[in-house]
Design a protein around this ligand. Structure first.
Ligand SMILES: [Zn+2]
Length: 443
């Protein structure tokens, strides 16, 4: 109500509030009276809150927001737009907590470091963002990019310039020298150089603070660190710890000063323990998570972002002769297949789990393949859906406006042809996507 308040307090100078102003101001506070709404007739509704789907409901949308969810099919007014999804299951927009929109792994990956410019990454990222949205993902957390491209991408999407999900980004991730995420790993000595905190390479507490502050300056929303070795970096170990406890604490504490939280890539147990103890918000992959780590995560409220899809994908590709560099291949073959078992154990142990795929390893737009792997790992379909909707919104601290189909939430709404509680794989074929009240896909 800024206009109303301005008139009342006389900020607008000589403008005096008229009866007409009052009527206009008051009516604008009552969305139901404003005319031209969009109504969705939804055959089945999974709202992200309830344990069972509702049937035959009407979702009323105005100004990009859900203004009402009613039982039965409400007749639209003359000015209203009706979207008929009576033969579909309607859900909140999906959210993926682990994507990399600036790339998609291929055999050319290492060559790309030398032939691609920032603008090339940016155009690729715009293409992948569109694909992600069309797959039903209306919010993503991007945990590691190239050249801070996802900061500009976030702004372009928010401004309505290009289609894509809402992006919450960590920009370029933080690593240590030779660690998973050191951009010059595997390069020849004469071009390797010595990347530092601005490039995301941290050695010591001072570097750690500087690197976090640099990300704040660059416009990042989160901080991403690689707490242990990783599968796809051209380096020997996939699981050794790669930060000291002091460095981790400096990263987490400095991030907190700027209102940012930390996502920690981790495969090995020791690095995971250090990261959880330092206070990171999430463990990504978590391959060799043991009982102690699970207990610590529950105790600290640390979320697990499983990325089973990426594990499966690298294990498959490791079978292809020559696909990965020889330093990478055995790590991919060993680590990949373990993640689904870890997921099952973590779920049984009651570790908080939120949906994330590491897409950019596997192909953009395939994100929803993670659901079937979660269900195979023992999570009931409704819980897997909540992990990608209401639980994800809570994790990101945006649950006042996102994650469920309820009055007052943003109109991020998708639909699929069948009931995902009967066959979770129907989420792999999203037939309708609305974001902020705007339709981006309708089949
Ligand atoms: Zn990743």
């Amino acid at each position: 109500m800024p206009r109303f308040a301005a008139h009342m307090t006389g900020i607008n100078g000589d403008r005096i509030m008229t009866i007409r102003d009052i009527i206009i101001s008051c009516c604008s506070l009552l969305p139901l009276a404003a005319g031209a709404d969009t109504l969705i007739h939804a055959g089945r509704v999974i709202d992200g809150v309830g344990e069972r789907p509702g049937t035959e409901m009407t979702i009323r949308i105005d100004g990009g927001q859900i203004v009402d969810v009613q039982r039965g099919y409400t007749t639209p007014g003359q000015q209203d737009t009706l979207i008929d999804l009576k033969d579909r299951t309607v859900l909140p927009g999906l959210m993926d907590m682990h994507v990399h929109l600036t790339g998609e792994y291929s055999q050319d990956d290492r060559l790309n470091d030398f032939i691609m410019n920032e603008a090339d990454y940016a155009f690729d990222a715009a293409k992948y963002a569109k694909r992600t949205l069309e797959a039903g993902f209306t919010v993503v957390r991007n945990v590691g990019d190239s050249f801070n491209v996802t900061v500009a991408l976030r702004e372009a999407i928010d401004g309505g310039d290009i289609p894509g999900p809402m992006i919450i980004t960590a920009a370029k991730g933080l690593s240590s020298t030779g660690g998973h995420g050191d951009p010059s790993n595997g390069w020849a000595n004469h071009i390797k150089g010595d990347p530092g905190p601005i490039d995301g390479v941290v050695n010591g507490v001072e570097d750690a603070r500087k690197a976090v502050r640099q990300r704040y300056k660059d416009g990042a929303d989160w901080i991403k660190i690689t707490a242990t070795g990783g599968v796809l970096s051209v380096a020997r170990s996939g699981q050794n710890p790669q930060f000291t406890e002091e460095e981790l604490r400096a990263i987490v504490d400095t991030a907190a000063d700027y209102g940012m939280r930390v996502a920690a890539h981790a495969h090995g147990t020791e690095g995971m323990k250090r990261a959880v103890n330092a206070g990171v918000a999430s463990i990504e992959h978590g391959t060799y998570m043991d009982d102690e780590v699970m207990r610590l995560m529950k105790q600290n409220g640390t979320y697990y972002v499983p990325t089973i899809l990426a594990g499966n994908w690298v294990a498959q590709q490791a079978k292809v002769e020559g696909f990965f560099p020889e330093l990478v291949r055995p790590k991919a073959a060993a680590i990949g297949p373990i993640i689904q078992g870890t997921f099952a154990k973590a779920y049984d142990a009651g570790v908080p789990i939120v949906f994330g795929t590491d897409t950019g390893v596997s192909a953009h737009g395939d994100n929803a393949q993670e659901f079937a792997l979660m269900v195979e790992g023992g999570m009931p379909p409704m819980e897997a859906i909540k992990a990608a909707t209401s639980v994800a919104a809570r994790f990101l601290d945006i649950d006042d406006s996102y994650g469920t189909l309820e009055r007052g939430k943003r109109a991020d709404i998708i639909a699929v042809s069948d009931n995902p509680l009967d066959n979770i794989r129907v989420l792999e074929n999203v037939t309708f996507v609305m974001k902020g009240g705007e339709v981006f896909k309708q089949l």
